[in-house]
Each structure stands twice: as C-alpha cells, then as structure tokens.
Write a protein that binds this ligand. Structure first.
Ligand SMILES: NC(=O)C1=CN([C@@H]2O[C@H](COP(=O)(O)OP(=O)(O)OC[C@H]3O[C@@H](n4cnc5c(N)ncnc54)[C@H](OP(=O)(O)O)[C@@H]3O)[C@@H](O)[C@H]2O)C=CC1
Ligand SMILES: CC(C)(CO)C(=O)C(=O)O
Length: 331
C-alpha cells in the first residue's frame, strides 16, 4: 500500500512513525516535506519518542515535489488550517480516482456540510476554505474524516514527541460504514492506533471542536497549560459560555452534544498540564489556526441566524493577537 504523509509535523510524523514501524514491508511510505523538515528527514530519518521508546523509521520516498512521490492509495493530510490552501494542489497531484485522503486536522473541515444533511447541507465556509479552492481540488467523496485523540509535539524538525493518546475516530462525510473506511480502520489498528469508526463523523468532529475551540485559543492568549486554564474559575466560566453557544449550534445542525461543559472540562482537566497545539504554534512563531477552530463556529452561527457574542469575543481577541504579532495576515 502506498501512503503519503502531507504535513510531517507532530501528528503527521506520529502517523508515519507508527505506520512504518508496525506495518513494515506492507507499506511504501512517502513524505511530502520541505525546508528544515525535509533536510532532517533525509539526514536522520523520521524520529519519534513515545514513552521510553525511541524509534527511527526511513520513509522510502521523501520530496517537496508531489510529482516525485506519485499517485497514492492513501494521503494523510495533517497540516495546520492556515497551510491547507497552499498544500491542497500537492494533495491533488498525488490523487487518483481511488485515492483516499484522511484529514487528520482539528476544527471544522472544508467538507463538513457535504453529506451531513439538514438545513446547511452543501454550505461552504469561508473561514475554513476561502473561495472554495480546497473543495474544488479534494472532493468530499474521497475524504475520510478523522478525529485525533492524542497529543504530540515537534521539539525539532523530523523529531516527534508523542505525549499521550493513540485514539482515532474515522468516518466518511456521507456517513455509514463504507468499505474504504472499514479497511482503513483495520490497517490503522494493525499499526497500533485505537480506532473507532463513526457513522456520523461530523458529530465527533463537533464534539472534539467543543474542547479545542476554547482551550486552544485560551492557551494561546494566556500562555497557560490546560490545567491552569481550567483551574481559573473566571477563564473556565468564559469557556463554558462559549461552549453553550457551540452546543446550541450543534443541536441545530444535527451534531447535538450529550454533555455539559463542566463534564467536558473535567475530561480535559484529567489530562493534566499540557500545551495545546495552538500554544505551541504561538511559541514557535507560526500562524494560529483560529479559522477552523473558532471562526467556523461563528460563521455557522451566522448562517443559522444565531447570535454568538462570547464566541465572537474570543475570535476577535485571538485573531487580533495573532495579527498584531505578525503570525497571521491581517484580514
Ligand atoms: N499537535 C497535537 O497534539 C494535535 C494536533 N492536532 C491537529 O492536527 C493538525 C496538525 O497539527 P500538528 O501536527 O500539531 O502541526 P505541525 O505544525 O506540527 O505540523 C504541520 C506540518 O505541516 C507542514 N507543512 C505546512 N505546509 C506545508 C507545505 N506547503 N508543504 C509541506 N509541508 C507543509 C509543516 O512544515 P513546515 O515546518 O515546513 O511549515 C509541518 O511540518 C492540526 O489541525 C492540529 O490542530 C490534533 C490533535 C492533537
Ligand atoms: C488539546 C489537544 C491535545 C486535545 O487532544 C489538541 O487537540 C490540540 O492540542 O490541538
């Protein structure tokens, strides 16, 4: 099987290292990378620290040019939201009619309303895919959605630090249990991931977003780890207000959440002191992915005619901070 990782950072590297080390010869692993990451992968291989284990795998093909990597059976797309539009043509270049693209990214994806049904079916979100360029290149029929329940970091290019979690939930935008999804779940399971198949993956995405849309921006704004954010009753209270808005949106669009914000806070709090990927980006001077994490919630609310004052305030703050630090372009 030919698998290509697009976005060989924390999550892409985590996928690549487990797949290559556990599936060995059944796999031809390619990595599309550039700059310092490509140089490090060429010089030292893909390295991962997971618990006490230190792994180094050697992907068979490494390139910044998708033409050199060729057509793939599976592409694992694990870039941050702000890189999506730039990388989509490279994904397209490696796709044939049977290729599946596993979208392992946080937030609302560009294909969210392709197959969900309900009043927003077919809706396009500019906060995620301005102008629809990504949707035109990567059709929803070839996408497999994915929720990642893990935490990883890249202390240096080509090195992944796996902090916790092996959980994946995957599913097709149109729902059900189509054969390619079931086969992929089996393959990922053989590589050591704990995989669930969802018959309505948008619900799982919305539920994960329910945590990330507050925790990630709050961590970037405050510089605090998740435990400290949730132990501060004023910050936690604001997060609760935002989550109540998102829960209402979810209920309207068929992604109802069967929990209270306090129950969700307790789950995140139990994970202890860790830095969200957005805080890691801030510290590394990289763009922040607020579009898919919180801009999308506001945009969906607007399309449903719902007011989201707390969500809007958090979006305004994190967006302005990112723009004033020169991390994201001014709108
Ligand atoms: N980290 C975590 O613990 C978790 C992250 N997630 C989500 O997973 C997704 C990926 O996050 P994460 O792995 O942390 O991100 P990283 O920033 O660690 O990795 C993204 C990678 O994409 C690469 N990339 C970006 N643009 C291009 C391009 N044009 N060509 C080639 N490579 C490119 C970057 O390379 P370069 O350095 O060259 O820009 C980088 O290596 C995000 O949506 C995140 O929210 C979900 C759960 C947990
Ligand atoms: C907070 C965490 C690790 C939750 O899984 C995450 O998704 C992120 O850092 O973006």
């Amino acid at each position: 099987m030919k698998i290509c990782i697009v976005g060989a950072g924390a999550i892409g590297g985590w996928f690549g290292a487990f797949l290559a080390s556990r599936l060995g010869e059944d796999l031809v692993l390619s990595v599309l990378a550039r700059g310092a990451t490509l140089a490090a992968l060429r010089a030292q291989g893909l390295r991962m620290e997971t618990g006490a284990e230190r792994l180094t795998v050697r992907p068979q093909r490494l390139s910044a040019d998708p033409a050199e990597l060729g057509q793939q059976d599976l592409i694992i797309l694990a870039v941050k939201g702000p890189s999506l539009a730039a990388v989509a043509p490279a994904v397209k270049a490696m796709m044939g009619p049977e290729t599946r693209v596993l979208v392992a990214m946080n937030g609302v994806p560009w294909w969210f309303f392709e197959g969900l049904g309900g009043e927003l079916e077919g809706t396009h979100l500019d906060s995620v895919d301005p102008g629809g360029a990504v949707a035109a290149l990567i059709p929803a029929e070839q996408v497999i959605g994915c929720v990642v329940h893990a935490s990883c970091a890249t202390p240096e290019p080509g090195l992944v630090r796996h902090v916790m979690g092996m959980g994946l939930i995957i599913g097709a935008p149109a729902g059900g249990r189509p054969e390619p999804v079931v086969r992929l779940a089996e393959l990922l399971g053989r590589a050591g991931f704990k995989v669930g198949v969802s018959e309505r993956i948008q619900r799982d995405i919305w539920y994960k977003l329910w945590g990330n849309m507050t925790t990630n921006p709050m961590s970037a704004l405050t510089g605090a780890t998740c435990d400290r954010i949730l132990d501060d009753e004023l910050v936690r209270g604001l997060m609760t207000r935002i989550m109540l808005e998102a829960a209402e949106i979810g209920a309207r669009m068929g992604c109802a959440i069967d929990q209270t914000p306090e129950q969700r806070h307790a789950i995140t709090r139990s994970l202890g002191a860790f830095k969200t990927s957005m805080l890691q980006d801030l510290e590394a001077g990289r763009p922040l992915e607020y579009g898919a994490l919180i801009g999308a919630a506001r945009e969906i609310g607007q399309k449903l005619g719902m007011e989201t004052p707390f969500t809007d305030a958090l979006l305004g703050l994190v967006r302005l901070m990112a723009q004033s630090r020169g991390l994201n372009p001014a709108a």
